[in-house]
Design a protein around this ligand. Structure first.
Ligand code: PTJ
Length: 267
């Protein structure tokens, strides 16, 4: 049973997101550690101002271009992502012609099947990677994340990994794949090792990615390739970190929050 959140509560949006994860945990979608991971994400989001920044929009554009130009694109889904964005994941897969694969750090057949069912109910046509379907292995990886679908992540050229752990990102990059990460922590190994890192909340980033892919779909593959080639992940990560630095410096000057909603302009 979810807690009733008054719409006028100043942190209603953030509380609603928490409730989605708590509900996901009760339904066997989210793992206990997923709740802790979300807390870390929330802290970074708080420092960021809980808004999509300009660097995040730039990374989103590059990510959409990479997904549309992929030959075998795939979206890797874990417990938190499924609980927070199942519908948008299903939509994004359709727009970008990407496949969807369940890939968990805390693997169990029950969770894999529950996440697969949730995604199918949310509109996904097919979901790879559950149970025996994950019969292939990623070399150099010891966690349960090494188990992948031979028709999915193993052969993909572009992999979207919202909310990841660093090991797998590194191993997938070594395999020659383009990795798109969504991670609120620009200092995480995932953020640092990915080809394109969107420093934003999954809740905002996946709908934005969907919207951007819809727009870029009307452009030529050449134009999308140019967007991709002109993107520099290190530079973008620097801009994301600098954004938080500037924001905090501004707040530090007055010792209290600036008017929420007006503070992003000019940063
Ligand atoms: O569902 P499973 O079994 O695959 O397990 C998933 C978790 C999240 C438990 C597992 O991947 C894990 O332990 O992740 P980490 O190493 O804690 O990393 C999670 C990263 O995601 C951290 O850098 C967080 O800051 C970030 N994060 C958390 N919530 C969000 C987020 N980034 C974007 N949007 C969020 N909502």
């Amino acid at each position: 049973m979810t807690n009733k959140i008054p719409p006028e509560h100043p942190r209603a949006e953030s509380l609603r997101t928490r409730e989605m994860l708590i509900e996901g945990f009760r339904e066997g979608i989210v793992t206990l550690a997923g709740l802790i991971a979300h807390g870390r994400g929330e802290a970074f989001d708080y420092l960021l101002g809980e808004k999509t920044t300009k660097p995040a929009l730039k990374a989103t554009e590059a990510a959409a271009a990479a997904m549309l130009n992929a030959e075998k694109g795939i979206i890797s889904v874990n417990g938190n992502t499924a609980a927070l964005a199942a519908k948008h994941i299903a939509e994004l897969a359709k727009i970008s012609k990407a496949r969807i694969e369940v890939n968990l750090f805390y693997r169990s057949l029950e969770r894999e099947e529950a996440i697969k069912k949730l995604l199918i109910e949310a509109g996904a046509e097919k979901v790879l990677g559950a149970g025996k379907d994950a019969s292939a292995r990623i070399p150099e990886l010891s966690s349960e994340r090494r188990r992948v679908d031979p028709h999915g992540i193993l052969i993909a050229d572009v992999v979207l990994v919202p909310l990841e752990d660093g090991d797998r990102t590194e191993a997938l990059v070594k395999m020659g794949k383009k990795i798109i990460a969504i991670d609120l922590n620009p200092l995480s190994r995932t953020a640092q090792k990915a080809t394109i890192t969107i420093v934003d909340n999954v809740v905002r980033a996946i709908p934005k990615l969907m919207e951007t892919a819809e727009k870029l779909k009307k452009e030529s593959a050449d134009k999308r390739e140019k967007i991709l080639q002109s993107f520099d992940n290190k530079k973008n990560l620097s801009e994301s970190i600098a954004f938080t630095e500037k924001r905090l410096a501004k707040i530090a000057k007055v010792g209290e929050f600036l008017v929420i909603g007006e503070e992003q302009d000019g940063l």
